[in-house]
Design a protein around this ligand. Sequence first.
Ligand SMILES: Nc1nc2c(ncn2[C@@H]2O[C@H](COP(=O)(O)OP(=O)(O)OP(=O)(O)O)[C@@H](O)[C@H]2O)c(=O)[nH]1
Length: 374
Amino acid sequence: MDQWWLWLVVAVAVVVIALGIVLAVRARSHGQVESAPEKPQVEPETSPPEAVAEPTPATPEIETPEPTAGRLVRLRERLARSKNSLGKGLLTLLSSDKLTDEEWEEIEDTLLAADVGVTDTTEIVDRLRERVKVLGSRTSSQVRALLQEELTTALGVEADRNLNTVTEDGPATVMVVGVNGAGKTTTCGKIARVLIADGNTVVMGAADTFRAAAADQLETWGTRVGAKVVRSHEGADPASVAFDAVKTAKDDQADVVLVDTAGRLQNKVGLMDELGKVKRVVEKHGPVCETLLVLDATTGQNGLQQAKVFTEVCDVTGVILTKLDGTAKGGIVIAVQRQLGVPVKLIGLGEGPDDLAPFEVESFVDALISVDEQ
Ligand SMILES: Nc1nc2c(ncn2[C@@H]2O[C@H](COP(=O)(O)OP(=O)(O)OP(=O)(O)O)[C@@H](O)[C@H]2O)c(=O)[nH]1
């Protein structure tokens, strides 16, 4: 009986010790688990993660153009300094008291050298001969006035040279066409700039899908002047880009949509097909208000022959003569109008954004016959 009690006491002691050990071990491991998250929970005392501090994209600054009035003054200054100035040559010749046949021939050559063209040169010289005969002896200011009148007549004051960009319904659609490198894309940008400065909203369509960089170039202009640009990938159907551009302009209730086309002239049929299609597709939205032919003034009479093809394939309503800053042959304007039967509406005077001037006959004639007095 005593032994039974002894065994019971030993068994209880063993159980108590075992329990103690188990509890101690559990308590230890529990403590470790609880302390474990403490490390990662410690927040770094630094600022928020870098991703939050992403830079906000800078809004492109839209430039304000200089007024278009007076832009021809620069041309006047440039032509006046030119050695081969049309004005200088003609005024000197016409001032001589008695004009011989040789001198009249020289006058003719001066006009031809200035790219006036044969028909107009003959007409101008015939009229001058007649009037000089009537006048008899003449002062230099009379000679200047005479020349001014004759050149003004040759250029014509009747034609409407305003850009037709006002419509009753929907955006005014303007198509810009011409041979390679004439300055179409640049001119689209310059026109957009002037229109926007006058309070219009403008969309430009990059329908020149032939040259990869053309759409990028137009987009750069768009960002610069604040015009939306509709474009597609290289080789895309130009007619569909033009259609989308007009649609976007309609949806946005824009005032004007300028469609820049590719300058291809490998063969007349291909050109006719492409331009004709672009125009037809655009006209599904409404009539095209202006089809502007961009012409490089430095290509002279040769360029005129190429340009004629455009007037045959699309109804050109106005000419933009670019790069007049690169030639002293301002007489090309007379030939362009005569041979194409379309008024020159704008002239390009350089690569800068403000180097586009409205064509005003009087200021232009004044620039043509200006003489550097210094
Ligand atoms: N000096 C001068 N350069 C001009 C004038 N207009 C355009 N240019 C330049 O002529 C070059 C051709 O101009 P673009 O606008 O690319 O000609 P484009 O007709 O669109 O050319 P394609 O797309 O190849 O048919 C560019 O270097 C222009 O900066 C201008 O009035 N004067």
